[in-house]
Ligand binder design. Structure first.
Ligand SMILES: Nc1nc2c([nH]c(=O)n2[C@@H]2O[C@H](COP(=O)(O)OP(=O)(O)OP(=O)(O)O)[C@@H](O)[C@H]2O)c(=O)[nH]1
Length: 312
């Protein structure tokens, strides 16, 4: 028998300050999971949008009026008391000073060292994702030329880089990978390698892997032992499979027309938003973009932008 599950819709605010700290609130006595820490928010009432519900909840709970709020992650979680669909939004701007109007404790903390404990199971999944940058750079030695790109890499401070070079010869790849390893050590950067290169002996030290969509769809488990695992996807099937495997992010594209695929129009921001704003993991916009597109990506529910030519 198919029993319909009642879904409780919840709007959640991941409120960020200029130093990257987030605001945690403690669930008050009398509620399920009393004493556990969470991000502020609450149930969406009939007829409300996510943003309207969050505006109301944060004013009621914390006395603040949000003015910069974007969708980020949507996920379902089954608790003994309810099945919830949580729509996490990033809040980067608000008026007023947060104060616990319902007597609950709250505090600002670094999401990588949150000091509060215990944190609700569905909220804790956001913490590693909060250390992902908004700008992901894809190596561009093949499109800009090896020497030109290595010069630009050398002038680039700490960043998250995906090494993906489908068009270089083996000796060129080895030279690029050696330089990338040295840059990684010198700047404390994070380097992820495309799954098309991951078994090559030249690859050097790196921090994670980005699966091609083909490798993603062929995988039945998250590849071990990497700190970060992402995937490159073109639509809903890829996003859903990446979420099932517990990956950290996807790059979704192409959003705009790209020089790599002349004549093919991109999916555009509307289609990107329909997928990204409902995705259960962070989604970078990819394809024909520049850092000036970051505002579009944020507004569309994206984690940020992944840049090839536009990143250098
Ligand atoms: N606000 C919030 N709720 C979360 C988070 N993570 C998470 O699983 N939830 C779940 O989402 C649901 C939110 O319901 P709530 O009881 O806080 O909502 P509310 O303030 O409207 O409560 P009320 O109807 O009792 O007044 C709870 O089941 C809670 O366990 C989170 O980070 N923030």
């Amino acid at each position: 028998m198919n029993v319909a599950v009642k879904l409780t819709e919840v709007a959640v605010g991941v409120i960020l300050d200029d130093r990257g700290q987030v605001l945690f609130a403690q669930r008050p006595a009398g509620k399920p999971y009393a004493g556990w820490w969470e991000f502020p928010g609450g149930k969406i009432e009939a007829g409300e949008t996510v943003q309207q519900a969050l505006y109301r909840e944060l004013e009621e709970e914390l006395g603040i009026r949000i003015c910069d709020c974007q969708p980020w992650i949507t996920l379902q979680h089954v608790y003994p008391h309810a099945t919830v669909r949580l729509q996490f939004c990033k809040v980067r701007g608000f008026d007023g000073t947060p104060h616990g109007r319902e007597g609950q404790a709250y505090l600002w903390a670094d999401p990588q060292r949150p000091v509060v404990d215990p944190i609700l199971p569905a909220a804790i999944r956001m913490l590693p994702w909060l250390s992902l940058p908004e700008l992901l750079r894809l190596s561009a030695a093949g499109v800009l030329g090896v020497e030109a790109w290595l010069a630009r890499l050398g002038a680039t401070p700490r960043a998250m880089l995906v090494l993906r070079e489908p068009d270089l010869s083996k000796p060129e790849l080895k030279r690029v990978a050696t330089a990338v390893s040295a840059w990684r050590r010198a700047t404390g950067s994070t380097v992820l390698v495309s799954s098309r290169h991951v078994h090559a002996d030249w690859v050097g030290e790196f921090d994670g892997v980005v699966l091609t969509e083909r490798d993603l769809l062929a995988a039945s488990a998250r590849p071990a032992p990497h700190q970060w695992v992402g995937a490159s996807v073109h639509g809903r099937a890829g996003i859903e499979h990446a979420a099932r495997l517990g990956l950290d992010f996807v790059m979704l594209g192409a959003v705009s027309a790209t020089a790599s695929h002349p004549g093919e129009p991109g999916m555009g921001w509307t289609a990107f938003a329909q997928l990204a704003a409902h995705a259960p993991l962070p989604v970078y916009a990819l394809g024909g973009l520049a850092s000036a597109d970051l505002d579009h990506a944020r507004a569309a529910g994206g984690q940020g932008v992944a840049l090839l030519r536009g990143g250098w």
